[in-house]
Write a protein that binds this ligand. Structure first.
Ligand SMILES: [Zn+2]
Length: 127
C-alpha cells in the first residue's frame, strides 16, 4: 500500500505508513468509525475541524494543557509535572546559592578581619 502522504511503499496489510505514520488502507478514508477503531493506538489524530494552533497559549497558564487538548495527554501531564517539580525545586536551588555565597562571604570577611583591617557592617566579601 502506497502512502498517500509520503509515497512510501508499505505492506498491503499495513494500517500506518512505516515511514511517516500516516493512516493508510482502510483507515485512510477519514470517517469517524475508523478513527474510533484506532482510539487505543499510539497516534494522535487531528480533530474535525482541526484545533487552533493558538491553544498553545494556554500553556502560559497551565503547563502542558495545549498538549493534553491536542490529544497528547500523557506528554501534557509530564510537562505539567516537570513544571510543578521545577517550581518546587527553584526555592531550594536559590537557598543553596545564597548559602554558598554566604560561606564565601564569611570566609573572605574572616580573612579581611584577621589581616587587621576594619570593615563596614554591610560590606560583602564575595570576591
Ligand atoms: Zn508515509
Amino acid at each position: 500500500m502506497k502512502c498517500p502522504s509520503c509515497g512510501n511503499a508499505n505492506s498491503e496489510t499495513a494500517r500506518f505508513c512505516i515511514r511517516c505514520g500516516t493512516p493508510i488502507g482502510t483507515v485512510s478514508t477519514g470517517n469517524s468509525g475508523t478513527r474510533d477503531d484506532l482510539a487505543s493506538s499510539d497516534f494522535v489524530y487531528p480533530r474535525n475541524p482541526p484545533l487552533s494552533v493558538h491553544i498553545c497559549w494556554l500553556n502560559l497558564f497551565l503547563g502542558g494543557a495545549a498538549q493534553m487538548i491536542h490529544g497528547q495527554v500523557a506528554k501534557g501531564l509530564a510537562i505539567l509535572g516537570a513544571m510543578i517539580l521545577s517550581n518546587l525545586m527553584l526555592p531550594a536551588i536559590l537557598a543553596i546559592a545564597i548559602n554558598i555565597a554566604s560561606v564565601i562571604d564569611a570566609y573572605n570577611l574572616g580573612k579581611t578581619l584577621k589581616s587587621g583591617k576594619a570593615v563596614k557592617k554591610w560590606d560583602f566579601f564575595l570576591s
